[in-house]
Design a protein around this ligand. Structure first.
Ligand SMILES: [Zn+2]
Length: 298
């Protein structure tokens, strides 16, 4: 595949779903781009991230990207002082619209915060319960089978990979890496295509590689390869204060001759024999507090 960009839109919060997704979808339609959206199937418990303040690097990052400005004060209380709203149930019409417009709709966990904080050491049964709650909600709301999964916070475990394979998923997108591959995790090979995010996320580069959309787009341009590029954007960031970045990014990459495909489309086009086998480990990327799953492909 030559000069392809897969746009992966992660929804983390109720507000991001309600306001960010329509804003991004409307921008994409002006460019005729189809993208992949991933939505948590349970409640917005973002308020529980308050615990993360004690984690290394969080405060520095919170200051850099402006956490209250990005997420809003109310979102920061969801699941903490007030019960978090169910993200998909109360935004069913937006989910249907996404599908009707020809975008891909995948699952971004059930409870984003729980997955992010616990999945590394979560056992088989609890991992299974979390995945099945998400899949059942998706099916009940939309009457179609989910085919793709993107792990919250780019962290997963080998049980999740094996379960998704057994459910007949087309691929999952849980890691940081350079090219789609078959994962080996904890010594086990799972024949479920893994499509890694190849580019950094905007919140990892704001304040480090630039502060303005134009400067940041230039930085991103320097990172593009002639093969498959996966950019993860967030409904809460690019769908809110940074929509101009996304617009300039798309205009610039169009000029450079890139085409946009959904991750499902990329997965269907890739030949199985083209996929290398890479080990997945927990590691760190610049600009992000806490560990993520990365592919060892060097
Ligand atoms: Zn997320």
């Amino acid at each position: 595949m030559h000069k392809v960009i897969g746009l992966k839109i992660d929804v983390d919060t109720f507000i991001g779903m309600k306001y960010g997704v329509p804003k991004i979808a409307s921008l994409l339609s002006t460019f005729g781009i189809k993208a992949s959206f991933y939505v948590p199937m349970g409640r917005d418990n973002t308020g529980r991230t308050v615990k993360r303040i004690f984690r290394k690097g969080f405060l520095k990052k919170a200051r850099r990207i402006g956490v209250v400005k990005t997420y809003g004060a109310k979102t920061l209380l969801y699941g903490l002082l007030i019960p978090g709203p169910r993200i998909p149930n109360r935004n069913k019409s937006i989910l249907k619209q996404i599908l009707n417009e020809g975008h891909e709709l995948g699952i971004h966990g059930y409870d984003h915060i729980f997955w992010h904080d616990r999945i590394k050491t979560l056992g088989f049964e609890n991992t299974k319960r979390e995945l099945e709650k998400a899949i059942n909600t998706y099916k009940a709301l939309l009457n179609v089978e989910p085919k793709s999964f993107a792990a919250p916070g780019w962290v997963t475990n080998v049980h999740a990979l094996k379960l998704l394979k057994s459910y007949g998923f087309l691929y999952s997108s849980d890691t940081r890496g350079r090219f789609p591959f078959y994962p080996m995790m904890g010594g086990e090979v799972v024949r479920l295509m893994q499509i890694p995010t190849t580019l950094p996320t905007l919140d990892e580069v704001i304040g480090i590689h630039g502060n303005e959309p134009e400067t940041l787009v230039k930085y991103y341009e320097s990172l593009l390869t002639d093969s498959i590029n996966i950019l993860t954007v967030h409904a809460e960031i690019e769908g809110k204060n940074w929509i101009e970045f996304l617009k300039i990014y798309i205009e610039r990459t169009f000029k450079l001759g890139y085409t946009y495909k959904t991750l499902a489309n990329i997965a269907n086009t890739l030949k199985q024999e083209e996929l290398p086998l890479f080990e997945v480990v927990y590691g760190y990327v610049e600009g992000r507090a806490g560990y993520v799953c990365i592919s060892l492909d060097t």
